[in-house]
Every structure is written in C-alpha cells, then in structure tokens.
Write a protein that binds this ligand. Sequence first.
Ligand code: SF4
Length: 363
Amino acid sequence: MIIGVLGCMAQNLKNDLLKNKPYVDIILGPDSYRNLPQLMNRHMVEQNSIVDTKLSRYEVYEDLFPKRNKGVNAWVSIMRGCDKFCSFCIVPFTRGRERSRSVESIVTEVRKAVDQGFVEITLLGQNVNSYKHEKNSFADLLLSVSDIDGVKRIRYTSPHPQDINVELLEVMASRKNICNYVHFPMQSGSNEILQRMNRTYTREHFHYMADTIREIMPNCGLSTDIIVGFPGETEKHFEETLDLMEKIKFNSAFTFKYSPRPYTKAEQFTDQIDETIKKERLDKLINVQRKHTLELNSKKIGKIENVLIEKESKKSSNHWAGRTDSNEWVILEKNSSKIKDIIPVEIVDATGVILHGKKMVEA
Ligand code: SF4
C-alpha cells in the first residue's frame, strides 16, 4: 500500500507531514497530479517519501476530464488559484496564481456531462468570476455554456464581489437557464475590518452592488459569507455588520468564527479576539440571519416556483427534494414527475431554510 496526501492541504502542511507522519509516502500539491503515476513508480523503486508541491502558473488540467458518477449536477472547474490575497486566507499560497481554462475545453466537458445525463452545471473556481481566457470574460463563458443543448441550469461558485459587474448581471438576467442566484460574500460590514481583511471593496459599494443585483435580477436569491471576531473587530464594527445585514437581507448566509490560518497576514495580527466574544457574536449573527431567511421564504408562500427535482427527501420516501432557481430547497409530495425534471410548484409553507410545496401545478 502506498499512502499519499494530495491537494492544497498537502501543499500547506507538507513540512508537518514530513516531520510527524513518516508513514506518508507521497505528498503532492494541487498542480502536480499529472506526475502521480511516475511518482508512484519512483516510490516503489526508492522506497522513500516523495514530495512534489511546485505550484504552476499554467496548470488548469484542460485536457483531463473527471470521471463522473450518475447525478443531477456536474461540477466543472473553470479556473484555478487566486490573486486577491485576503489577509485571512491561505488559498493564494496553496493554489497559486489565477489561471483559466479555454472556453472550448470547458464547453467540451459540459457537453460530455450532458451526454452522461447531467442537467445542472456548477462552474467552479476559487475566484470563479475573475475567469479570463484570451478575450473571453466570465460573462462570455456563461453565454457559451448556456447555449449548450440539454443544460437546464447553470450555477457558479465562489465569486468575489469585486468581479460582479453589470455586464455579468445582464447576461445572467437574459438567459433562462442561468440561475437567478448570486453568492455574494460580504465577510464584514465594517470598512475598517474590510480593509484589514484586504477585501478591496467598501460597505457602501457592497450595499450598492447588492441593490444592483436585485434591480437587474428581481427576486434573485442572495447568499453570503460572514466572518465574526476578525482580529481587531470591536463591538462597533460588529454592529456595522449586523446593520448591513439588516439593510441587505440575505436569503441565506454561511457564518464563521474567525480562526487563524498559519502563514496568513491575519494570523500575525496581535489583537486577536477572545473565543467567548466570537461565539456570542456568531450566535447573534445566526439569529439575525434565521429571521431574515424565514422572512424572505415566507414571502414565497402562495407563489409558483420552478423546482428542479434532485433527489428523494431524506425524511420521507413519499417526498421529493429539489431547488428553486434562486437556490432554496423545496420539499414536495411525489407525483408523476421524475428526478431531473423542472416543474412548477406552489409554495405552501416555509420552515426556516426549507420551503414546502404540497400542491403541484402541472405544466
Ligand atoms: S477568500 Fe477568496 S478571494 Fe480571498 S484570498 Fe481566499 S480565495 Fe481569494
């Protein structure tokens, strides 16, 4: 047996692995997968630990298409790396600089996925909307993927607010199969903290863009990421975050207590926040978000939503689970429809993050 640790955490923890885990045979960074067969052969001959964690400026695995099992959604990687250098994040050091695959190679992979029966495509990248290949922007890529027959829905993650622009939003609004959903990571509502995080936008610009998204894409689902307890975050800074949440009202949020990542700038900050305070702030934030989610979901009661049926509900074999265009999960009674169908569903109830659609309206 050969034990290998592969990917960006191997990149990040290689020294620790070499020192403390002598039984690991191969340590491979995210840009070295092509070397795996040769390195395995070399290990068999040399019988020592082999490390290859060189980051590449070019590697995008353009010609290597992943093997996929059956499913509804296919994840398609379109770019790698990140040039943004948020002060809390290790990604630029473990994934290297931004580089993108060609439109042609992405379209070929999406066509293959559709031929295998996938109907939803999620475009993936550490900084997905800073995609750029030759003259093609992320908006151009979305149009090309949207044109592929059989692609019922397109989503993408994770974007950076700096790269959300009117051109992209107009393209999203213009195509039925591009989902009416934007993940819009705020991280903090305080300009001082945003600057310390090196997030490159202000709370005013972020608020303006959130309004612009909803103006160009009415009823757009908006989710976010928020970190509480970032070094130096005072009660006033935290209140500014709550205030911006109140103003924007996200449909959902991924919320985190700040935790230092080795080798990042934020880890060096001397004004780290006490764990108890972080926990209190996180609890408060989660309660605010729960209130907003329920409020926005309740407004959907009585409305018809197009739901892509994705699987059987975990709680009941008599129910389907699927998602709306704007990314809310809906539970509905089973009927003549099948997994991968998009059907109009009347929303009859909202409980927290889940919508319920008891009554089907046949298309
Ligand atoms: S948080 Fe996102 S944008 Fe910031 S450095 Fe990490 S990957 Fe890049």
